[in-house]
Design a binder for this molecule. Structure first.
Ligand code: GTP
Ligand code: MG
Length: 217
């Protein structure tokens, strides 16, 4: 049997699945939005964040996970999320929605201030257990994603690729996006060895993502 390094995450066992369902049946609430590094809440919980290009589906995925239609604000217009938004899940977990990167049409000053906040958060947050790096399943990894992966490698923060909007691409386009993504992950030592496929619209891969988060120590 050949060992495929960046394999697709498959169903997990029943006990882990139950743990995921249990965590996300707890109360979820908005904790706070931070616009600068001084505004971050205490780093005293198990924290995971959702990073990715503008419009990739970060906020939608958080809403699907928490079964809340508009806990995180979503939009057709890239650049919707402009702060680092923290959400409580139960008593011990924080889920973090990040502003998207790679959006060229916002004022330069604004883009620079998001980017420096994003960089400071991703490289310096001690309670951050895992970054879910969202990649659009129509496009695969782009240069701006590579830059974030390089940053995460140098900060030694584990990141796991989550392909979003799997309901959208044709099979052929999806396969080439996946191959492109795998090729790129090969160059990144902090990449988690499994890729998760999701659709927030069709609720695919959501239980698996809940399970992954609940089983992070
Ligand atoms: P920013 O906050 O601007 O960085 O964007 P975001 O990454 O938070 O994306 P958001 O969740 O706002 O979604 C962007 C657009 O993609 C919205 O129009 C969503 O409805 C759409 N979208 C999100 N997830 C899916 C999905 O699984 N399938 C499809 N077809 N569309 C999706
Ligand atoms: Mg958003």
């Amino acid at each position: 049997m050949t060992f495929l390094k960046f394999r697709i995450a498959k169903e997990t066992n029943l006990a882990s699945l139950k743990k995921g369902l249990k965590l996300f049946s707890k109360e979820t609430s908005f904790l706070k939005g931070a616009v600068d590094i001084d505004g971050l809440p205490p780093a005293d919980k198990i924290e995971v964040c959702f990073a990715g290009r503008s419009n990739v589906g970060k906020s939608s995925l958080i809403n699907a996970l928490t079964r809340r239609k508009s806990l995180a604000r979503t939009s057709n217009t890239p650049g919707r999320t402009q702060e680092i938004n923290f959400f409580n899940v139960g008593e011990n977990h924080l889920i973090v929605d990040l502003p998207g990167y790679g959006y060229a049409y916002a004022p330069l000053e604004k883009v620079q201030s998001w980017q420096s906040l994003l960089t400071a958060y991703l490289s310096g947050r001690v309670s951050l257990r895992r970054v879910f790096l969202l990649i659009d399943s129509r496009h695969g990894v782009k240069n701006v994603d590579e830059e974030i992966m390089n940053l995460l490698d140098s900060a030694a923060v584990t990141f796991q690729v989550v392909m979003t909007k799997v309901d959208k691409p044709k099979q052929k386009d999806f396969e080439s996006a996946l191959e492109k993504t795998r090729a790129s992950l090969n160059n990144h030592p902090t990449a988690f060895p499994e890729i998760l496929l999701t659709s927030a619209n069709k609720i695919e891969g959501i239980d698996q993502l809940r399970t992954i988060i609940a089983n992070i120590e």
